[in-house]
Design a protein around this ligand. Structure first.
Ligand SMILES: C[S@@+](CC[C@H](N)C(=O)[O-])C[C@H]1O[C@@H](n2cnc3c(N)ncnc32)[C@H](O)[C@@H]1O
Length: 308
């Protein structure tokens, strides 16, 4: 299994003040970091939180196979409520807190519509208890609202054209699948490309399947990211969690955050800059080797902070 930024992650968490760490908190995902963490330090106990019940089942299975399950308390919860989890565990402060943001490999390969590479229902909920799916959003939001989330959460340059095209499409038929949405987006990208190259729009169909050669990234990348953030209220959860996190760290305790896109990283940086009780220790990026073996790590960044 590919585990993003694992080497610096284990090094920083085992370094210095927290070498005898006893309790850590980690979003469990596929349990990759959790397993590596437990193996690297036999004294460790981990409290893991994830908002995806299916992911938790997979993680439990893996931890069981490794004989590590009894050293982890796993909670089905949103990490914005991690303080409630700690209360339940009767713990005031931790040696290390870690957030590995975004989606897991397991979720990307699931049938919940996180990926535009396969045709499936446009859902994108990590937590099945959430009421609004990505399909609900694209079929009900006003054009300006869609444009705003594509622009802000996706930094999508064709936000307004894509929002317009979505409204046009849904006036005829509801958008229910990943393929329908990605085809709408591809059409906008291709049409802009033809315009730039001064090629007639009548030739659009000829270029339909050529977007892989034309565009470096899949045209749907940013809109899918934006919808995922909106569906899962990712930034609200991150803001709430990070604004209270330092209250739950011991002195010299460490906080690690792995982000996967610049917007997320900017948010983490800005929120934590406001907190005088912690200081930035280091920033790690994946090596070329890591990127070669784990493409998903290419945009990852690990920020490490220490409680004063
Ligand atoms: C990148 S994956 C973690 C991968 C994990 N570190 C590993 O090594 O396998 C991110 C995980 O965070 C979870 N997650 C995202 N936002 C969350 C939130 N607000 N509360 C709880 N879990 C969340 C997702 O469900 C996903 O399983």
């Amino acid at each position: 299994m590919d585990i993003t930024l694992l080497i610096p992650f284990v090094e920083i968490t085992l370094a210095g003040a927290i070498i005898n760490a006893s309790v850590h908190f980690v979003p469990v995902g596929g349990a990759g970091h959790t397993i590596a963490f437990l193996k690297a330090n036999p004294n460790l106990k981990i409290i893991a939180i994830d908002q995806d019940e299916e992911v938790i089942e997979v993680a439990k299975e893996r931890l069981k196979e490794e004989g590590l399950l009894e050293r982890v308390s796993i909670y089905y919860a949103n990490f914005k409520d991690f303080d409630l989890v700690l209360k339940e565990e009767n713990i005031d402060k931790l040696d290390f807190i870690f957030f590995d943001l975004g989606v897991s490999h397991f979720q990307l390969r699931s049938d919940r519509g996180f990926s535009y590479w396969e045709d499936m229902p446009l859902d994108m909920r990590m937590d099945k208890a959430l009421r609004k799916t990505a399909a609900d959003i694209v079929n009900s939001y006003k054009e300006k609202e869609l444009e705003k989330i594509f622009k802000i959460y996706g930094e999508e340059k064709y936000a307004s054209q894509i929002a317009k095209e979505i409204l046009k499409y849904r006036s005829r038929k509801k958008i229910t699948s990943t393929l329908e949405l990605s085809q709408i987006i591809e059409k906008v990208y291709l049409s802009r490309y033809l315009k730039k190259k001064k090629i007639s729009q009548n030739d659009l169909n000829k270029y339909k399947d050529k977007y892989r050669q034309i565009f470096k990234k899949h045209p749907a990348t940013k809109v899918f990211q934006a919808l995922r953030i909106e569906v899962n209220r990712e930034f609200e959860a991150l803001k709430e969690a990070l604004s209270k996190v330092s209250n739950f760290l011991k002195t010299y305790g460490r906080l690690g955050v792995i982000t996967f896109h610049s917007l997320e990283d900017k948010m983490v940086k800005n929120i934590l800059k406001e907190d005088p009780s912690i200081r930035l220790v280091d920033i790690f990026l994946p090596s070329q080797d890591e990127i070669k073996n784990n493409v998903a790590s290419r945009s990852a960044k690990l920020r490490v902070y220490e409680k004063r």
